[in-house]
Design a protein around this ligand. Structure first.
Ligand SMILES: [Zn+2]
Length: 266
């Protein structure tokens, strides 16, 4: 069984425009289009049983519409969704209650696209309220290729948030991109061993040896297989993960067991 814990899709009506825009600002080509049907097709071809889609709300007005749609189709064809929130939402409690009541496993934060630092007080309040409801929090971490000169989620900010919340989000926080995109040495130094999870999205192909080093140091029980599709290939990432010098049991944990305990906790 394989679970891809980090993918993106857009509604068919805006998928082409959204991918063209994101490719331009990030100077990256998409591996495939970002339509839901295309993701389901890729899953079938590559024996991925479940994909988790992480929608990002770039304005507070988008939140309720995104969540209503995600709640309606959550789990269909093996595609599960994280809830969307925005730091400037006026109704965080109501939004989180809706996400929880509809069986979504957690929320997605994107400090770069939402214009805040990870340890901003608005994010701290959202994370505290989410964790109290048993929701997971997954955030973009490290450099964002569209905003290279200003990192909004550094390992230091993660440490600060963990500390400021006094254990409330321990083991509920998932850091994308192995703890920090293009910052593997800082992750090794500061985040390995801390009570956070990490996903392999978009970095397994960039520095597989460093990923293996982080996994060994941090522990395979706290790492989730993820691609960042459509920006990366599910086929290539499964092959890469399988080729890492890890024990079979560690690979099983990363490929699906850890994710299962998050998605099907109840
Ligand atoms: Zn992503």
């Amino acid at each position: 069984m394989v679970i891809d814990f980090h993918t993106h899709t857009f509604p068919d009506s805006i998928a082409e425009k959204a991918v063209a825009h994101l490719s331009r600002v990030g100077h990256t080509a998409a591996f495939m289009d970002a339509k839901r049907d295309t993701l389901v097709q890729s899953m079938k071809e590559n024996h991925i049983d479940i994909s988790v889609v992480l929608p990002v709300a770039t304005a507070p007005t988008q939140v309720s519409g995104i969540n209503a749609l995600s709640a309606k189709i959550n789990g269909r064809d093996g595609v599960y969704y994280a809830g969307a929130v925005h730091p400037d939402c006026g109704n965080i409690d109501e939004t989180l209650d809706f996400i929880k009541a509809n069986g979504l496993f957690g929320i997605k934060l994107h400090p770069d696209y939402q214009g805040v630092h990870f340890d901003d007080v608005r994010y701290l309040r959202i994370m505290e309220a989410a964790a109290k409801r048993g929701l997971y929090i997954i955030t973009h971490a490290g450099i964002d290729i569209a905003y290279r000169d200003h990192v909004h989620c550094t390992p230091d900010m993660v440490l600060h948030a963990l500390d400021a919340l006094g254990g409330i989000i321990d083991n509920k926080l998932i850091l994308a991109h192995m703890g920090g995109y293009e910052l593997p040495d800082e992750v090794l130094e500061k985040l390995c061993g801390k009570p956070v999870l990490m996903d392999t999205a978009a970095v397994l192909d960039l520095y597989p040896e460093k990923c293996a080093e982080i996994i060994r140091s941090h522990g395979a029980k706290r790492v989730l297989f993820a691609t960042d599709s459509p920006w990366r290939s599910q086929k290539q990432f499964v092959e890469l993960l399988c080729s890492l010098p890890l024990k079979e049991e560690e690979k099983e944990n990363i490929l699906h067991k850890n994710a299962e305990s998050i998605l099907f906790a109840n």
